[in-house]
Ligand binder design. Sequence first.
Ligand code: PLP
Length: 436
Amino acid sequence: MLSDQWFQRAQNFLVEGVNSPSRGAAVYSPGPVVIEHGRGSRVWDVDGNEYVDYMMSFGALIQGHAHPKLVEVVSDSMATGSHFAASTPAEAEAAERFCRLVRSAEVVRFTNTGSEATMLALRLARAHTGRTKFLKFEGHYHGWYDPYLLNAHSHPVEQLGPRENPARIPDSQGIPAATFEDVVIAPWNDFDALELVINQHGHELAAVISEPIMANMGCIPPHEGYLQRIRELTHHCGALFILDEVVTGFRYAAGGCQEYYGIQPDLSTFGKALGAGFPVGAVAGPRSILNRMHWGDDMVLHYGTFNGHRLTMNVIAANLDLLSQPAVYERLHAIGDSAITGLRKVFRKRKQNAVVQGFGPMFQIYFTEREAIHDYRDYCAYIDAARYSRFVHNLMQHGIYMTPSNGLHWIISTAHTQQDVAALIAAADQACAELT
Ligand SMILES: Cc1ncc(COP(=O)(O)O)c(C=O)c1O
């Protein structure tokens, strides 16, 4: 197979043959299919196999592949100069649209990735509060910046320690232990644990950072009122509430989960769907905090050759215009919900103990005896990730492309149709029949 050959070839000069471990043999067995091109909701591998893509570049491709309007914008921008590292109308156009859509965004600063955005948000929070420590929840992933790489991967449940005082588990070598001394860890979706940790540490926290929907242990929505409780408690203790919308931004609503759940974070971070396939991130919030980046002796420094990249800014402006059209989100939700309903029916019919969790444009499947997965500890204790991986490998044999990692999530883009959902349901039925 050509996929095998390309993957072998890539291993000659790329570590594990990939540029991010979640794309290689650590997840795909025996190796990934190698993708050649994409259009709309579909991708084709180098062997000519066609798939409906439900991974959508880990959620970046909100408009699917090669959207005609974005192709036009990219080629026009390229033909007139992709980037000047100078002031451009394009960045003003993108920022105006962004701030119109995101309720907490009085102003915005663009970065190049979600990781850079969460990095900058923490620096701003520390400068604004004059405090150093911050609270991060178990199982939340905020990019690969040093202080966030604690308790972000799943681990055997025996290693997790008590809920009131979770074991601190670094996710990477090469990070000084001292970095983690400033990180306070708590379980998520647990009101009592949150109050306890804020009572203990609230006075020394610069920030509490949270994903609104936990999206890196599959798809775990917040309990009712939980995000509001974070909001109240952070107000009370003087820590900033950083809402990490890198996954959820522009996905559940044009204004992200802050619009969907009606909450007002101090800072929020974006990436993925904002750039519709181009590398970008953003930090948004009030002037009173973001103005700390004003040039001067006591500034928060944020540099970047590629910040406000012209071509990307033009893509963002066009993307946000497309997302502002009527009924876009109704459609994303309707298609996602019919995929979820269809999958649930298949699992019932095939007598699989599987939960389809999430709603609308993002969801995940857990093979589990439980009725729901509420947090990181449930994820570590009760799901059969190996069975999920076998299920997804089976699906790929039937024309569905998805990552076999249970930690990620299924994505609906504006390019998906009810026919794509029908293809998924038929493939899922076969994949269940073949599941060992
Ligand atoms: C919630 C969350 N925050 C931040 C990031 C980092 O974004 P990026 O991969 O663009 O650096 C991710 C990436 O998956 C994420 O899921």
